[in-house]
Design a protein around this ligand. Structure first.
Ligand SMILES: Cc1cc2nc3c(=O)[nH]c(=O)nc-3n(C[C@H](O)[C@H](O)[C@H](O)COP(=O)(O)O)c2cc1C
Length: 276
């Protein structure tokens, strides 16, 4: 679906594209409409894009014709959904406000790893706000091959938090614990197996900023790649073999007097290398 959207975004417009994979795409869409495992918004997006695709390309190529017939069978007598969730113009995005630049760097600088929290719980709406920040992150082909597991059950939480090695002294006191889990079932090709790490990291970064933006604090916790720990986590949380724990995130309402390691950051000169 994402590839179809890219084709639809070409400035010059294209009469024919995706002929090599449109049959596979329609077939995957069919599967998704039947198995009820998909997010409803995501499915509506797929529906919208397919409708736009078949309204745009010229339906003459043999493979496009065959995919179109299959598509019509699936959509049956419905109108195929709206065209709303399809490519839009950059200019229609709300304009960036001038003040955002300064405010954003302040937000970035305010995010620190905090390990000491009040005993109070964070309202659910604040957790959902942070996850909503995370879901806006870029991900390869928009697959978003991850989930955030909020582990509130005290017994489960203490078992999970003691599995990695970096939580000594503070792990069991964390008011909230989340596990970021990658989902390898998104990838048919072995060569893409690293994407669960990249996409999770990009999303988790936004999750952490989402907590910061609401006056909360967090600490990411390394999940070492130790098979026995993966297995324990899968067993405790009822995960499948294709679910890979990526990291833990502790979060909550920070204690005002909590001590924060200074953690001096590298300067821009050290990180930015330019090839003129
Ligand atoms: C992937 C990752 C794993 C981390 N693992 C741990 C950990 O196991 N224990 C811990 O106390 N802090 C952990 N941290 C927090 C880092 O120590 C912290 O981000 C770093 O020192 C920079 O400080 P800052 O987050 O305050 O900017 C981890 C951070 C990341 C991004």
């Amino acid at each position: 679906i994402h590839r179809l959207e890219k084709g639809l975004c070409f400035p010059s417009g294209k009469e024919l594209f995706a002929e090599k994979y449109i049959e596979e795409t329609v077939s995957a869409y069919h599967c998704a409409t039947e198995n009820h495992l998909h997010d409803t918004g995501e499915l509506e997006w797929a529906r919208s894009v397919l409708k736009r695709y078949f309204a745009t390309v010229s339906i003459q190529n043999e493979r496009v014709v065959s995919a179109y017939q299959r598509y019509l069978d699936i959509e049956n007598e419905s109108d195929g959904g709206s065209l709303a969730l399809t490519p839009f113009e950059f200019g229609s995005i709300p304009k960036v406000k001038e003040s955002w630049g300064e405010e954003f760097i302040s937000l970035c600088e305010s995010r620190v790893s905090c390990r000491w929290f009040e005993e109070k719980k964070v309202p659910r709406s604040k957790v959902e706000y942070a996850v909503n920040c995370a879901t806006q992150a870029a991900s390869a082909c928009n697959r978003q091959p991850f989930q955030f597991l909020l582990i509130e059950n005290p017994e489960l939480k203490s078992k999970i938090v003691s599995l990695p090695f970096g939580t000594a002294g503070f792990g069991t006191d964390l008011p909230h614990l989340m596990m970021v889990v990658g989902d390898l079932s998104n990838f048919p090709l072995e060569r893409d197996r690293h994407l669960i790490y990249i996409d999770s990291a990009l999303a988790t970064s936004q999750l952490l900023l989402g907590f910061t933006a609401q006056g909360l604090a967090s600490v990411p916790i390394n999940w070492p790649d130790v098979e026995v720990n993966h297995r324990s986590a899968r067993e405790l949380l009822g995960l499948e073999n294709y679910h890979v724990p990526i990291m833990l995130v502790g979060f909550g309402i920070p204690l005002e007097q909590a001590k924060i390691p200074y953690s001096e950051k590298k300067g821009v000169e050290a990180l930015l290398k330019t090839y003129d």
